[in-house]
Design a protein around this ligand. Structure first.
Ligand code: NAP
Length: 267
């Protein structure tokens, strides 16, 4: 079930979105069977993850931990220090997947430093987030020698982000969806097409959406603080969308972003 990244290591297809999560929710997710955990220095909760990792009965080696390098640290050219600070807050001596959070000025230099940390075996895979095609080209021009393993980007039925997803697929870079359910309002869960499909399979609209991502070869990190929803969100492997249903969801595209545009952000 796990998916192979372009450097040969494996990542679970669904993880726990970490924004605003506290230690108890992280422990709950591990109990529910989640092994992919997603946080970021910018979320301000790496310590909560560190405490959960120390307390959990699940061994560190069985957990796939992602964290991210924030824009201030990219601009101030302090990748190595920022990485070390994340390790300390997370109470671990390695990160499974370290991402450039947003392509801020200096992201190419940050990438070269991340390549060094990867070669030193402090990170099992390096990747990016919120990258458009031009940002990958920027890495190449700067002389990057390692291809990003993952691009974590906004993707949900009303915003498929198809051009970037297809580009990544053609290069062997795995796409990972943030706001996979459409963010805090879950707007697509009220969509008529999705409700119709969910009734057919006796699933929730959220499960149908997560299944659609899975069938697009996209990994997801839905965020919920509730145990019953955590269980629901990983129970998507006992049904499958047929070609018409898959296409019907594809056709919901509206070009509707929820978050910032990587071509124009100011943080
Ligand atoms: N790289 C980036 O720039 C970036 C940007 C944004 C987010 N992210 C990552 O992506 C993760 C997910 O994105 P997100 O949290 O913005 O959006 P999301 O996962 O699409 O949606 C989260 C919302 O959906 C609700 N929800 C979750 N499962 C549900 C279910 N089965 N039924 C009904 N409601 C459900 C949650 O409410 P409850 O908690 O009340 O259940 C929460 O309000 C974040 O936590 C973060 O780790 C990354």
């Amino acid at each position: 079930m796990n998916i192979k990244l372009n450097n040969g290591i494996f990542i679970p297809p669904i993880g726990m979105g970490g924004w605003s999560q506290k230690k108890d929710q992280i422990l709950m997710a591990l109990d529910a069977g989640y092994r992919l955990l997603d946080t970021a220095a910018q979320y301000g909760n790496e310590e909560e993850f560190g405490a959960a990792l120390s307390e959990s009965v699940v061994s560190r080696d069985d957990i796939f931990l992602t964290t991210k390098l924030w824009t201030d640290d990219i601009r101030r050219r302090r990748t190595r220090d920022a990485f070390q600070e994340s390790l300390e807050r997370l109470k671990t001596d390695y990160i499974d997947l370290y991402l450039i959070h947003w392509p801020a000025e200096g992201y190419e230099d940050a990438w070269l430093e991340m390549e060094e940390l990867y070669k030193e075996k402090k990170i099992r895979a390096i990747g990016v987030s919120n990258f458009e095609i031009k940002h990958f080209e920027g890495l190449k021009t700067r002389g990057a020698s390692i291809l990003p393993a993952v691009n974590q980007i906004e993707i949900h039925p009303y915003f498929r982000n198809n051009e970037v997803v297809e580009y990544c697929k053609s290069k062997g870079i795995l796409s990972e969806a943030w706001c996979p359910l459409g963010g805090p309002n879950n707007m697509e869960s009220n969509d008529e097409q999705i409700i119709k499909i969910s009734k057919k399979y006796s699933k929730t609209p959220q499960q149908v959406i997560l299944r659609w991502h899975f069938q697009r070869d996209i990994i997801t990190i839905p965020k919920t603080s509730r145990i019953e929803r955590m269980k629901e969100n990983i129970s998507i492997f006992d049904f499958s969308l047929n070609a018409d249903e898959f296409e019907a969801i594809d056709n919901l595209e509206m070009g509707k972003r929820i978050g910032a545009d990587p071509n124009n952000f100011d943080f």
